[in-house]
Design a protein around this ligand. Structure first.
Ligand code: SF4
Ligand code: SF4
Length: 243
């Protein structure tokens, strides 16, 4: 295989090499699982009965398919991040996973126009292929989960949600060292503002505790946090570090 000058495999930047290694690692995991099954049950490959052989093959194939699916998903997320200058954006509720969202969204602005609270903004040219797509900056204006944007999107880039609890825009992450309550002050603003208190966030012993499994990523807690910059941030869905 020929490579253009400076474009050979040896020239791959370290971060790209690490990402590639991670993807290959997931793929290898599926294959290793199949080999592991072979080691644990050598009779299956060395003339064991037909049922054992069939279950061995089925288990090995299932592990391999799981490994491949994980590798493909990881690779497509990485491709989406590279296309958009490495950025991860907080999308409106109901957004398809990032690579599919980028393909489906026609930049028609209908969601922006439908967003009464003014939470939706459009990405600029610095976002590369994501330019013109909607995002939310919770410090400027968080999402109220009215779901109006999901009703007007003509392309299905924002899928209709019957219940705002099902929105998974991202996950709130609390930095305890900077949280007023964790530092001994009386503050429960994030808890009081959360649309789903006791579900997505609780006060335990006078300090807030986030329940990632119920967090919608609306950003209301970020908006009201009195610390500057806020002690809570939203990690967008699918971004590295999301719970
Ligand atoms: S759910 Fe409502 S507030 Fe949130 S982004 Fe959509 S239109 Fe705006
Ligand atoms: S309404 Fe849908 S297609 Fe139009 S800009 Fe918003 S997300 Fe994209």
């Amino acid at each position: 295989m020929a490579f253009a000058a400076g474009a050979g495999p040896g020239s791959m930047a370290a971060p790209a090499r690490r990402r590639c290694s991670a993807t290959m690692g997931m793929l290898a995991a599926g294959m290793l699982a199949a080999l592991g099954a072979l080691q644990q049950n050598p009779a299956a490959s060395l003339g064991g009965n037909g049922v054992d052989r069939r279950s061995f093959l089925r288990r090995g194939l299932q592990d391999l398919v799981r490994g491949l699916a994980g590798a493909v998903e990881q690779a497509s997320l990485e491709a989406g991040r590279r296309l958009t200058g490495g950025g991860s954006y907080l999308r409106p509720p109901g957004a398809l996973p990032e690579p599919a969202f980028l393909l489906a969204c026609t930049r028609c602005r209908k969601c922006l126009e439908a967003c009464g609270p003014g939470a939706i903004r459009l990405l600029g040219p610095e976002a590369g292929a994501a330019m013109g797509t909607p995002y939310i900056d919770p410090l400027g204006q968080p999402c109220t989960l009215c779901l109006e944007c999901t009703r007007v999107c003509p392309e299905g880039a924002l899928e209709a949600l019957a219940d705002p609890r099902r929105a998974r825009m991202g996950t709130a992450v609390l930095e305890a060292a900077r949280c007023w309550a964790h530092r001994g002050l009386v503050c429960d603003l994030c808890y009081a503002r959360c649309p789903f208190p006791e579900e997505a966030i609780r006060m335990e012993g006078g300090v807030p505790s986030i329940r990632p499994e119920a967090c919608t990523g609306c950003g209301q807690c970020v908006y009201v946090c009195p610390e500057s910059p806020p002690a809570i941030r939203i990690v967008p869905a699918g971004a590295p570090g999301e719970a």
